[in-house]
Design a protein around this ligand. Structure first.
Ligand SMILES: Cc1cc2nc3c(=O)[nH]c(=O)nc-3n(C[C@H](O)[C@H](O)[C@H](O)COP(=O)(O)OP(=O)(O)OC[C@H]3O[C@@H](n4cnc5c(N)ncnc54)[C@H](O)[C@@H]3O)c2cc1C
Length: 596
């Protein structure tokens, strides 16, 4: 499925090599090693769908042991973002339950403990225990009453200075921990529990605590674990967990305040901003999102591979031609080409995000706001895209798309986990959009050359574009890309104007915000899409092989056109596009479908 056709109808080997190398962003040997590892008998899924959920869960934990032996010592894995994300790609396409427990263990628990152990050597034995997988790491943030609004969670940790211990307690039913994989099922579990902390009767914000939950046979004293009902496909051992005055030592506190408490039994002037402390508690989630994104992306690629192959083989009737393969039908081909273009765009957005995270990890610096935002946008756009890809691929494979052997239906469920867990897509996009309101234009448009000309109505011919500096020629792929940046700037102006108007009208803060929140989310979406399209255009520019360059440029343009098309009404309303551009877009999109 590429216009860069070799004589056999397949792309030439050098074109495939170049596309693969660009997508993989190097590290081919590491990827080949992982591919060989996941082809091993431990990951063979033949006949697996027949097993009861508990057996599937047990198999996932057994596979985690196999993975852990392969990557040992995990501390090296955690410093190598390329390998870590590639591992999650393979886990996601192989076993969704493994993917979920793996990311908790390595990213949400072990990564944070390793950082802390650098300053508190007493944590070394726990780190070793987790590295050797003598216990699985579990991250416990969500409560029955608090999912997206974690800042309000109610689990308490009250400091007892005489005993130099914290007392962990679930004060009311809605404060029970909900979802973490804590079920007592033969696997010892060591948890990082987020709790509202009180010292000397004063509330000090949310902090993380290390808590031993179960030795695998029975739950620890004061810990009550009730398994949650089954979910289709994801055989995660999710549960509801209650703490009844569980005592943990001061050394269980995984926050900087531990030293101060150890020194003088009070937090005194050390009390930081509670929001900052909360954000510190969930820092591991921010670092982990990139692994969920990697898994989501891998699932969309796997489904597309199946659907494209099916389209190339499956025969159907054709007027005047007897039979043709499905891919010969423009409707079928276009549907897959659109998903392919979007998935390539997500792939290169992911590569840029991974590079940003890798740079920070290598320099030992924590995630900054811009990188956290980039990782959030990348996760949301990718997993939303994957949801659409999976729906389309399932349908385009007919009945075959439903069978477990093809895994597309499994991926749908696993990808829904990505959409909701570690920062619900909708909520993290609104947060990202909120931050983008304060960023300079260059961040919104990915360039510092665009001028901030106010839109004028009624041109519909790209005349506004012609007045601005460095605007690509109208109708070119780069011009459509420029339009996405233009929309980002326009949205921001409109949101800020709306917020100011709300303030002047003295409406409630919530009513004012609520009037703008949909556009705020669209701002993040537009900026993310623009970045993804730009990353794909940049990849085309980097390609040395002419056929690879051509196909990447076509995919970039197709993705960009689709993004503009989706919000065409907005562009028309601001006089940036009119009937001529609508017709051009349609023709060009059809041409790209034919080329690809
Ligand atoms: C597979 C899986 C594994 C998980 N594992 C863990 C784990 O290991 N540890 C753990 O602590 N938790 C875990 N969770 C829980 C997860 O973190 C929460 O599900 C997530 O935070 C969302 O919370 P919620 O389910 O209560 O959704 P809700 O908060 O009830 O949200 C429901 C809907 O409302 C929307 N919404 C909510 N608030 C807003 C808002 N302010 N603005 C706009 N829209 C909003 C959301 O977008 C969503 O569509 C897991 C969840 C899943 C699905």
């Amino acid at each position: 499925m590429t216009g860069a056709a070799h004589t056999s109808g397949e792309p030439a080997p050098q074109t495939l090599r170049e596309l693969t190398a660009l997508l993989a962003d190097g590290r081919q040997r590491m990827r080949a090693e992982l591919a060989a590892f996941f082809a091993g008998p431990e990951f063979d899924r033949t006949g697996e769908e027949a097993g009861p959920p508990a057996a599937v869960t047990a198999r996932a934990y057994a596979r985690l042991e196999t993975v852990n032996r392969f990557v040992h010592p995990a501390r090296e894995l955690l410093t190598d973002v390329h390998r870590l994300t590639a591992l999650h790609e393979w886990a996601a396409v192989t076993d969704g339950t493994l993917f979920a427990i793996m990311t908790s263990h390595y990213n949400l628990v072990l990564a944070g403990l390793l950082r802390r152990a650098a300053r508190h050597r007493d944590l070394d034995p726990v780190v070793t225990e987790l590295e050797e997988l003598r216990a699985a790491g579990v991250f416990m943030a969500s409560e029955i009453g608090y999912g997206n609004n974690l800042l309000a969670l109610e689990t308490e940790a009250r400091y007892d200075p005489a005993a130099r211990e914290f007392v962990l307690h679930t004060p009311r039913p809605r404060a029970r921990k909900f979802m973490p994989n804590t079920t007592v099922n033969g696997v010892p579990k060591l948890a990082v529990v987020l709790a509202r902390t009180f010292v000397g009767g004063r509330e000090c914000g949310i902090m993380p605590f290390l808590v031993r939950l179960t030795d695998g046979r029975t739950s620890a004293p004061g810990v009550r674990i009730v398994p949650l009902p089954a979910k289709p496909v994801l055989a995660l051992d999710n549960a509801v967990t209650t703490f009844d005055r569980v005592r943990v030592g001061l050394d269980a506190l995984l926050a900087d305040e531990r030293d101060q408490l150890a020194a003088d039994g009070t937090l005194g002037g050390l009390l930081r901003d509670k929001t900052a402390r909360f954000l510190g508690s969930i820092e591991n989630i921010e670092g982990s999102k990139i692994c969920l994104t990697a898994g989501s992306l891998a699932m969309s690629r796997a489904a597309l591979t199946i659907a494209v192959r099916y389209a190339g083989q499956r025969l159907t009737f054709a007027p005047g031609r007897g039979q043709v393969v499905l891919a010969d039908y423009r409707t079928h081909h276009a549907a897959l080409a659109e998903q392919l273009a979007a998935t390539y765009a997500m792939g290169f957005l992911f590569n840029d995000t991974r590079a940003a995270v890798a740079r920070l990890r290598e320099s030992g610096r924590p995630m900054d706001e811009a990188t956290i935002r980039q990782a959030a946008i990348s996760k949301a756009l990718t997993s939303w895209n994957t949801r659409e890809v999976l729906e389309v691929c399932r349908e385009r494979c007919g009945a075959q798309g439903l069978f477990s052997a093809n895994r597309i239906m499994d991926y749908l469920v696993v990808n829904h986990g990505v959409i909701t867990a570690e920062g619900d897509n909708e909520v993290i996009m609104i947060k990202a959009g909120r931050q983008l309101l304060d960023e300079p234009d260059a961040v919104l448009t990915g360039t510092d050359t665009d001028t901030d000309t106010a839109p004028e109505s009624g041109t519909g011919t790209g005349t506004e574009a012609a007045r601005e500096d460095d605007v690509p020629a109208a109708g070119t792929g780069r011009w459509w890309l420029w339009l996405l940046g233009r929309r980002a700037r326009g949205l921001r102006q409109e949101i800020l104007a709306g917020l100011r108007a709300g303030e002047r009208a003295r409406g409630s803060v919530f009513a004012t915000w609520n009037d703008q929140v949909a556009q705020v989310r669209q701002l993040a979406e537009t900026c993310g899409r623009r970045s993804a399209a730009a990353a794909l255009f940049a990849a085309a520019d980097r390609a040395a092989d002419p056929a690879a360059r051509a196909v990447l440029a076509d995919l970039a343009e197709l993705y960009t056109l689709r993004c503009v098309d989706e919000d065409f009404g907005w562009f028309v309303g601001r006089g940036l596009l009119g009937p001529k551009e609508a017709a051009d877009l349609e023709v060009r999109r059809g041409g790209l479908h034919a080329d690809l």
